[in-house]
Write a protein that binds this ligand. Structure first.
Ligand code: GLA
Ligand code: ZN
Length: 674
């Protein structure tokens, strides 16, 4: 568990005393006490301060800060400060600077500005991590390590190019093998020497963004970059672990962040943490899905909510305020889905540079008499009241949705069939249908065991990795229900098509053959016409985006296309296989279809919603020591009634008992011990 040192949920966030005179530090401590803050993430961007030149280290300021925190019973989430290199380092060792997608060598500036394959960066970042661990291993404030910050981005420098070749040699052994998996006989690309291989960017294989001439090359480059950054993380991790084996180490992730394969990363993290910054138009179901994904990275282990804004962001086009109650509501949403900390960026609003208009617990006015501070202090009071009740509680689900980064990369760098095919959107469409019905779902990776689940859904399972088809077959044979969609089973892990008919290795399991794939323009659609009512599925629905033209090879045809030249061909099939069944949804359906499909699947397995409530009332259950904690969260702007049926329990937040038909106020949260 994250908080061995304090029997409650850590509450706090990024704290940058290094940007402030010392008089302010004392005032900060007073305000932290008032707000119930007991955790400060310190040192995230302080490399230049702690190491003013190559030979000098100066941690006096940090000694003082950590002592002050300890004196005030605030714990430190101690950052290694390696996410922004000092200017002196960039000047003296230009190899630390990145080369961008366009081929420009970057100058000093910004942050997350280091080349992961720079020997200088690797050396000095590890050294910094070790020095911090040596100095603070016994410090009473130290509670958790925060390596770097929001790793990400790509580099196209010469060091990276050389390392890419090394990475390829390790993965493939021979150049012949590389030529084969990249299919370099296409457009005369055969490589005869490793040095002929260059990085895929605007100067070589790329048109716009992800669109590449050679999916195999770009896919491997993405893997390589994710691995390169991971090895920077690992380098620091190893240094720290050797000195403080008992302290948890994390780095803050970013939810559905494309460049890094977080399932791979999470294996190297003691605890997952992530930063929740929805855009102004992000649906609640998407935020919920990201929490579930972050929980899924380590098979359901609770995670840290490392950052969220108490009020507003600065980097969106329109940075609206979180309305009264929303910060509390969204904090509990994170907890309801597995967070064991509630933390902000940031505790005090900075005075200059680009984050001065980013929300903070302490506003520019400097005192506690603000709406934001009052709301933060009220939440702080509640979290103190909750103590350790919820810590380490788990979320149980019989349904899994597969999420795979390699698949995501491959789907979106594919040239054709449609630029509108977005992997996360497709996953979210399925997720949303469960979310709307308050049915708990896990987001899982390809390595997650399937045995505990009744239903596994793999939207757009375009890339089938070795062994995955067999894994799914076993799952279905033993009684599971598997659902996949159009554009699935198409390629292997190198983006080479599995010949002999789509959906390749899944063809037997699904009992279908997809002969062609039609891409629809945004304003076009087709229909899913049910042959007859099938449980919850009835009548006709709309569909679009892609339409696979499929033939049944034994699967039961439940619905056919309603129009176009493939009218009458199957669009929804179900194949009995062993004790279970495998469904194929050959196009991208409307919301009504999703809702009905989810109801049907869950009905067949006897899976119940946590609570059936009005729209916008989200419900989840966390379980610990045989007790269930039912979270009810009203995202609406008005009070809502809901029927708890037989369920009743004491609300941990106000001590009152709730049962039967209850009323939940606008933006309010109940946590019932049931
Ligand atoms: C990220 C970073 C923080 C800060 C916030 C602002 O999450 O980790 O340093 O820049 O964004 O939203
Ligand atoms: Zn580089």
């Amino acid at each position: 568990m994250i908080n061995a040192k304090l029997p409650k949920m850590f509450y706090g966030g990024d704290y940058n005393p290094d940007q402030w005179p010392k008089e302010i530090w004392q005032e900060d401590m007073r305000l932290f006490q008032l707000a119930g803050i007991d955790m400060a993430t310190v040192g995230v961007f302080s490399w230049a301060l702690s190491q003013p030149d190559e030979a000098t280290y100066n941690f006096d300021w940090l000694d003082e800060v950590l002592d002050l925190l300890a004196d005030n019973r605030v714990y430190a989430c101690l950052a290694t400060s390696t996410a922004a290199v000092p200017a002196w380092m960039a000047k003296r060792y230009p190899d630390v600077l990145r080369v961008d997608f366009e081929g420009h060598k970057r100058k000093f500036g910004g942050r997350h500005n280091f080349c992961p394959n720079s020997p200088t960066y690797q050396h000095y970042s590890k050294l910094m991590a070790r020095k911090l661990a040596e100095r603070y291993h016994d410090h009473p404030a130290l509670a958790v390590w925060h390596v770097n910050n929001e790793y990400g981005g790509h580099c196209y420098c010469e060091n990276c190019e050389k390392q890419f070749r090394v990475w390829l040699k390790k993965r493939y052994g021979s150049l012949d093998q590389v030529n084969q998996v990249w299919n370099t006989s296409f457009w005369g690309h055969t490589f005869y020497d490793w040095d002929e291989i260059v990085l895929p960017n605007r100067l070589s294989e790329h048109m716009n963004g992800d669109r590449t001439n050679f999916q195999g090359i770009t896919l491997d480059y993405y893997r390589f970059m994710s691995d390169s950054l991971l090895s920077c993380y690992q380098g620091e991790y190893d240094e720290i672990k050797a000195i403080t084996p008992h302290i948890m180490i994390t780095t803050n992730l970013m939810g559905t962040f494309k460049p890094l394969d977080y399932f791979k990363w999470a294996k190297q993290m003691d605890i997952v943490s992530w930063d929740n910054y929805p855009r102004f138009d992000t649906p609640m179901s998407m935020i919920a899905m990201r929490h579930d994904l972050m929980r899924g990275l380590k098979d359901g282990m609770p995670f840290m909510l490392m950052e969220q804004t108490p009020s507003q962001q600065n980097w969106q086009p329109y940075n609206s305020l979180k309305r009264p109650g929303v910060m509390r509501l969204w904090s509990y949403q994170a907890v309801a889905r597995g967070a064991d900390t509630v933390m902000f960026f940031q505790l005090r609003r900075s005075v200059g540079a680009c984050e001065k208009y980013h929300g903070a617990v302490i506003e520019h006015v400097g005192h506690e008499n603000t709406r934001v501070f009052r709301e933060c202090a009220e939440l702080g009071r509640e979290l103190t009241l909750l103590g350790d009740t919820l810590l380490d509680s788990k979320i149980q689900s019989k349904i899994a949705i597969l999420f795979d980064w390699d698949n995501w990369w491959a789907v979106e760098m594919s040239s054709g069939p449609s630029i509108d095919l977005k992997y996360v959107d497709q996953v979210h469409r399925y997720y949303e249908a469960f979310y709307a019905q308050n049915i708990q779902v896990d987001l899982i990776g390809v390595d997650t065991p399937l045995a505990g689940y009744d239903i596994v859904i793999a939207p757009v399972l375009y890339m089938l990795k070795p062994g995955y088809a067999a894994k799914v077959k076993t799952f279905v044979e033993r009684g599971g229900s598997f659902v996949t969609t159009f554009f699935s089973g198409i390629v292997n892990e190198n983006d080479l098509v599995t010949l002999g008919g789509y959906p390749g290795e899944l063809r037997e399991l699904l009992g279908i053959w997809a002969e062609e794939i039609d891409a629809l323009f945004p304003d076009m659609n087709n229909q899913i016409v049910m042959n007859e009512t099938y449980g919850e599925l009835k009548g006709a629905y709309n569909c679009g985006l892609l339409c696979d033209l499929i033939h049944s090879e034994g699967a039961e045809v439940l619905a056919t296309y309603g129009s176009d030249f493939y009218q009458g061909m199957p669009v929804l099939t179900r194949n009995r296989f062993g004790k279970g069944d495998a469904w194929y949804v050959a196009s991208s359906p409307d919301k009504q279809f999703m809702q009905d499909l989810v109801r049907e699947l869950c009905g067949q397995k006897g899976i119940q919603p946590v609570v059936q409530g009005p729209e916008g009332v989200e419900a989840t259950t966390r379980t610990k020591d045989g007790k269930n904690y039912l979270f009810l969260m009203n995202h609406n702007n008005s009070a809502q009634k809901l029927d708890l049926g037989e369920t009743s329990g004491r609300n941990l937040l106000d001590g009152n008992r709730y049962g039967g038909v209850i009323q939940i106020k606008a933006k309010d949260v109940l946590i019932l011990e049931v």
